[in-house]
Design a binder for this molecule. Structure first.
Ligand SMILES: Nc1nc2c(ncn2[C@@H]2O[C@H](COP(=O)(O)OP(=O)(O)OP(=O)(O)O)[C@@H](O)[C@H]2O)c(=O)[nH]1
Ligand SMILES: [Mg+2]
Length: 307
C-alpha cells in the first residue's frame, strides 16, 4: 500500500557514501598520486559521489513517506495510536534539511575545488557532511520505527464493509474465517486478535469487506488499551454495518453495556447474534455456529440487508 524506501541509519549512510566516494576517486586517480590534475579530478568525483548518495537516499525518504495530512482519517487515527505526529513531521523536515545542506555544501565545495584547486576542501566537506548526517541520527531512527508502523497497516478496499465486534474471545475471528476463508488466528483465550484483519466475501457478484477486530472490554474509553482502540477505530471509520457477537460463556451484563455504547456512539446499523458455545441467551437473540458456513452466510446476509 505504501511504497516506503530504505531508511538508512546515520552510520550506515556515512559509511556507504564515504566508501563509494573513495572508490570513485580511486578509479579516477589510478595509481599516480603525484599528478595534481588527476588528484583534483579525483576529489571532485569523490564529492559528487558522496552527495549523490546522501541526497538520493534522503530525498527518497522525503518523497515516499506519506505526509500525515495525505493519510485517510482511519490511517491517521491508527498512526496516532503508535506515533507522535509532530515528531513524525519534524523528522521528515530534518531529513529534508540535511539533504539540502549537503546539496549546497557540495556546490560550494566544487566551486572552491575548481577555482582554488585546494584539495583540503574535500576533507572539510567530508567532516561537515558527516556532522550534518549525525545531527539527524535520531530522526532517521524514528523514521525506521514509523516505517514499521505504516507497513503494518491493513490494506483496505473501498467496498461495503462489515466490522465484526464484541468482547474478547466471543468468536469474532471464527466467524470471519468461516465466512471469508481468511486465515485469521483463532484460540480459546482473550485478545488473540491484536490487529485489524481483513477478509472478503462475494455475494451475488458483489464483494464485501469483512473486518475482524480485537475484542473490546466494557470499560471507559480512556482505560482502553491500544489493541481495543483499534477495534473502536474500525467501527468509527470503516464500518457500514456492525455485527456484534455475544459470547454466551461470558457475563452478559457487560456485553449488553458494550453493545449499548456502540449503538449510542456511532450512527450505524448494529446486528446482534449469539454463538452457540452454550450458556444462556436470555434476550432471544439469533443463535449461530461460527464454524458452520451456512450459519455465517445467513447471518452475513442479514447484516448487509440481503435475504
Ligand atoms: N462452540 C462454538 N465455539 C466457538 C464458536 N465460535 C468460536 N468458538 C470458540 O471460541 C473461542 C474463541 O474464538 P475466536 O474466534 O478466537 O474469538 P475472538 O472473538 O476472535 O477472540 P479475540 O480475538 O481474542 O477477541 C475458540 O476456542 C473458538 O473455537 C461457535 O460458534 N461455537
Ligand atoms: Mg479474534
Amino acid at each position: 500500500m505504501f511504497n516506503l524506501p530504505y531508511v538508512p541509519t546515520a552510520d550506515d549512510l556515512i559509511d556507504k557514501a564515504f566508501r563509494a566516494g573513495a572508490k570513485k576517486s580511486k578509479t579516477v586517480r589510478g595509481m599516480s598520486r603525484r599528478k595534481p590534475e588527476k588528484a583534483l579530478t579525483a576529489e571532485i568525483k569523490r564529492v559528487e559521489q558522496i552527495s549523490a548518495i546522501v541526497e538520493g537516499d534522503l530525498n527518497a525518504v522525503v518523497k515516499h513517506f506519506p505526509s500525515y495530512e495525505e493519510l485517510s482519517e482511519f490511517h491517521q487515527a491508527l498512526l496516532d495510536l503508535r506515533v507522535k505526529k509532530d515528531r513524525y513531521k519534524k523528522s521528515l523536515g530534518a531529513v529534508k534539511w540535511c539533504s539540502d545542506r549537503v546539496s549546497s555544501l557540495k556546490n560550494k565545495t566544487l566551486r572552491k575545488l575548481k577555482t582554488q584547486k585546494d584539495l583540503g576542501e574535500s576533507r572539510v566537506f567530508l567532516g561537515r557532511v558527516s556532522s550534518f548526517i549525525k545531527r539527524v541520527r535520531k530522526d532517521l531512527d524514528y523514521l525506521v520505527e514509523v516505517k514499521g508502523v505504516l507497513l503494518s497497516f491493513p490494506f483496505l478496499k473501498d467496498e461495503p464493509t462489515l466490522v465484526v465486534a464484541g468482547v474478547p474471545n466471543a468468536g469474532k475471528s471464527t466467524f470471519v474465517r468461516t465466512l471469508t476463508g481468511s486465515k485469521v488466528k483463532i484460540a480459546s483465550y482473550p485478545f488473540t486478535t491484536t490487529e485489524i484483519m481483513i477478509g472478503y466475501r462475494k455475494v451475488r457478484y458483489m464483494e464485501y469487506q469483512v473486518i475482524d477486530s480485537p475484542g473490546i472490554l466494557d470499560r471507559p474509553m480512556e482505560d482502553r488499551n491500544r489493541t481495543e482502540l483499534q477495534a473502536v477505530l474500525a467501527i468509527e471509520h470503516l464500518a457500514d454495518v456492525v455485527l456484534f457477537i455475544i459470547d454466551p460463556e461470558s457475563e452478559l451484563e457487560n456485553q449488553l453495556r458494550l453493545l449499548d455504547e456502540i449503538e449510542q456512539n456511532f450512527n450505524l446499523k448494529v446486528h446482534t447474534a449469539v454463538n452457540d458455545k452454550g450458556g444462556e441467551n436470555p434476550k432471544g437473540y439469533e443463535t449461530f455456529n461460527a464454524t458452520k458456513e451456512e450459519d455465517c452466510l445467513r447471518l452475513f446476509k442479514e447484516c448487509i440487508g440481503l435475504k
